[in-house]
Structures are given as structure tokens and as C-alpha cells.
Design a protein around this ligand. Sequence first.
Ligand SMILES: [Zn+2]
Length: 289
Amino acid sequence: MRTSTKTLALTDSTQATPGHSLVLPPLEFGARAEVTTDYILAMLNDDPELLALEALQPTPSHTKVRRALRELVDEWLDSGLDVSGSETPKDRNFEESPKSQKALVSFSKSGGLLLLPHGKTFSLYFNDENLPLAFDGNGFEEIVRPQIAFILLSGLRERLAKCRKCNTYFLLKYLGKTYSRGTKCGICNRASRSENSVKATASVRANAVATLHKLAATRFQKKLRGVASWQKDKALKAAIAEYLNIQIQRSDTLRPIYYTAKRKGITGKWTAQDENWKGINKALKVAKR
Ligand SMILES: [Zn+2]
């Protein structure tokens, strides 16, 4: 059975978003199970509080239910991934989610979804009367079917995401976006942003240092080549520093690095520091005579 993704571009009434034309009536879960967005997230993430509640009825079937739900959810979420690892939640589809497709059909055949009219509207009612109890050790697949249906009939369909770095399930803030390296949770996103800015700062600094070495080598090449160990020549080091400080003040990229609240340019001592002495000598070798 093929279901067109377009006709199923639904959202529940609490999470209506532009671009989705059809607003679903409220979803109501049966009397026995309380299925909400928080509950689904707790199940997917093996939330410690939920596990503590489940431990009151210790049987392996709880674990099986959570594992089976994760399998279906992962298949659905991964259908929005392309081969390059880029992720577009609105491209999730049933062609690439055969297990969810089967679960939905089985669930609808079981008659578990009822239309309950009230007032001016009606609810989609997930009838859990005939569901097996999670803790009797069997039927975990039947328990998971209404849960995946709940996800696919609600805004979770597009909003639910898995962090591709730490595997935590979470809700996306924005809909309709493409994530070039997959969806990432808030914590991993902040971590990679600060990692990137540290890397960027390091490369700006490395470039600045290399520029100074080159400037010194070009301007002082005759003198530097004429002295056996120039790093011991105080006057020459001072002259290099003076020249470099003028260049630094003229440059918009160098100035903010070497002229700060704590730092007032470079000193003669700087030129003789191991890293700079070696760097200037290296630049000297390639400098045009
Ligand atoms: Zn993460």
C-alpha cells in the first residue's frame, strides 16, 4: 500500500504550523494509557523516571516495547536523511518506512482508532481496551502500533528528531528546514558552535603569526642573513618589533589580535621566542632576495 505523503501532511491542532493545510482534531488516548509527547520522548530516551515507574512491574516486555518503538521511529526519521547525511524532516516518507507502513495498516484494521464526535468537533480516540497489558510479557508490537500512529498523526511526525551526535530524541524548534549534517540537539549544537569558533580563532591567530614572520623576514632579510645569531642582537630585535608594530597598527586583521586591553603590540623579546625565531628563519629561506 502506498500513501501519498502530501495528503498526509497533517498536524494536530496544538501544533498548527503554516504550510500544513489540514488541522487534525485533538488526539485522545484511551483510558489505560496516557500517551503524550512527553511520554513518547521519555520512552524513546529511556528516561530514568519512566524506568523507575516501570521497575514497579519488572518484566522484560517494557524494554521490548521501548526498543520496538525506537525501531519504528528510527526508520521514519531516517527516511528524511539523504546519502550525504543531510536531513530534511519534511521529506520523511512511507516508501522508505515499510515497518511503519505495516504497523499503521495493522493498527487501523484492529479498529483501535475511533472517531468520537463532541460539541462542534470530534476527537481521534485511540481505544486501548483490547490492547495487551505491557507487563504480561507478550504483545509488545500491538502496544507500539498506536504509539507510532499517534506520532504519525500528530505534529511529532515532522517535529520529532534524533540527535545525530548523541542519539537523544528531541523536538525540533523549526519546521521545514534542512540540516546539512543531520539534526542535532541543543546541547550538541552549542558544543559544536563553540568548537567551531575555537577552531576559527586558532586559525586566525596562526595566520597572523605567519604574516608577522613573513613581514620581518622580507624587511630585515639582509641584516638577518648577515648576523650568525640575530636572536641575541637586542637592537635588531627592537627594530624588528618596532617595524612589526607599525604594520600591525595599519592592519585591520592584525590590530585586534595584538592590540588589546592586555597587550600593546609585540616586543623585541617576542621575535626571539622559539616559535617566532624559527618562523622568521623559515620565512627567510623562502624570501625573495
Ligand atoms: Zn546531542
